[in-house]
Design a protein around this ligand. Structure first.
Ligand code: 5MM
Length: 344
């Protein structure tokens, strides 16, 4: 199959209206931190079991088009002995893979970071593809302070994101391009808007210079929102309007789908914001989700590492998946939070 046909086939499934992406690609230190917060031991087996709970939730393929895996999970099997990528494909869900190798200090910056992992990426993509991965993910982060993100951080991360995306497309792998403006800090919504616009502008400028075909990418941005400790909390509508304003100014209509990260918002906020954006209407792209915490929080807290809680944990995950699927179509209401979700 030619790479263009592969890219077309993958993006058409990822951009399906009303479906989103589950980010289950926490690195081992991150999932360990999340497990420890609720008293779950982190071992290769507990991580495998937990990810099997998510991926085998009955009915979730109605809402989830793809799952981003961490390398460990790509190489693991379900309790039936089926490799996870194959198990996902059997239910109509595409397996993806996190390919960045995390954050390192950006030299000559004030505590800013750049994402590493370009060395050896072509070889790793070939291996991941042979194991079933159809798409990839790379995350860059930008922190907001009075002096950051600096021009250096904006330009360097954009360049690296574009190089990653170009390499993926050469291998017939759809790249998720994830520039995350962090929610940490006391900045206002207006400051987040002022930062997010140049960040996205630089990313699309770099994608253009590296000849990345915008028709075959997924953009995974953060929403434009006030910092976590900002005393002025923006309303749902303000977040939706500011986010769409920035996206319309910076993201070409050739991009088929924008799938947000949740970035430390609660599950309910993430759903309500996505819904409000879709209700604004008149959008040139599909607008959906690629959440980790906002999809998983209730599931993990319900499971607690105990077999007797698995069914309830899957119900909790299916509920968030369904509500976000509705939000991706502008059909969610707050009242639905109280309803029981039948999903199978
Ligand atoms: C799953 O978490 C990903 C980061 O992993 P590491 O920091 O462990 O490498 C992250 O990229 C995630 O996919 C996105 O930030 C979306 O997650 P949230 O929780 O923000 O929705």
């Amino acid at each position: 199959m030619s790479t263009i046909i592969e890219l077309e086939s993958t993006i058409s499934k990822l951009a399906a209206r009303g479906k989103g992406i589950l980010a289950a690609d926490e690195s081992t230190p991150t999932i360990t931190k999340r497990f420890q917060a609720v008293g779950i031991e982190s071992s290769e087996e507990t991580r495998r079991t937990y990810r099997e709970i998510l991926m085998t939730t009955p009915g979730c393929s109605q809402y989830i088009a793809g799952v981003i895996l961490y390398e460990e999970t790509l190489n693991q099997k379900t309790s039936q002995g089926i490799p996870f990528p194959e198990a996902l494909k059997n239910t109509g869900i595409l397996p993806g893979i996190k390919v960045d190798k995390g954050l390192v200090h950006l030299a000559n910056s004030l505590d800013e970071q750049v994402t590493q992992g370009l060395d050896g990426l072509p070889e790793r993509l070939t291996e991941y593809k042979s194991k079933g991965a159809c798409f990839a993910k790379w995350r860059a982060v930008y922190s907001i302070s009075d002096t950051t993100p600096s021009k250096l951080a904006i330009k360097t991360n954009a360049e690296v994101l574009a190089r990653y995306a170009a390499i993926c497309q050469e291998h017939g792998i759809v790249p998720i391009v994830e520039p995350e403006v962090l929610i940490d800090g006391d900045h206002t919504l207006a400051r987040c808007e002022a930062v997010t616009e140049p960040v996205l502008h630089a990313v699309f400028n770099a994608l253009y210079r590296h000849k990345v075909k915008l028709e075959y990418i997924v953009l995974k941005p953060s929403m434009v929102i006030n910092g976590k400790t900002c005393p002025q909390k923006a309303s749902i509508r303000e977040v939706a309007e500011a986010t769409i304003r920035v996206l319309k100014r910076t993201v070409p209509g050739a991009v088929p789908t924008i799938n947000f990260l949740s970035g430390g918002q609660t599950s309910e906020q993430s759903t309500a914001h996505l819904n409000a954006m879709n209700q604004l209407g008149n959008l040139p792209w599909n607008l959906s989700f690629s959440y980790a915490r906002a999809l998983q929080d209730y599931c993990m807290k319900t499971w607690l590492g105990q077999a007797k809680n698995i069914a309830a944990a899957q119900t909790a995950f299916a509920k968030r998946a369904k509500l976000n699927s509705l939000a991706a179509q502008g059909k969610y209401t707050e009242a639905m939070e109280k309803e029981e979700v039948s999903h199978a």
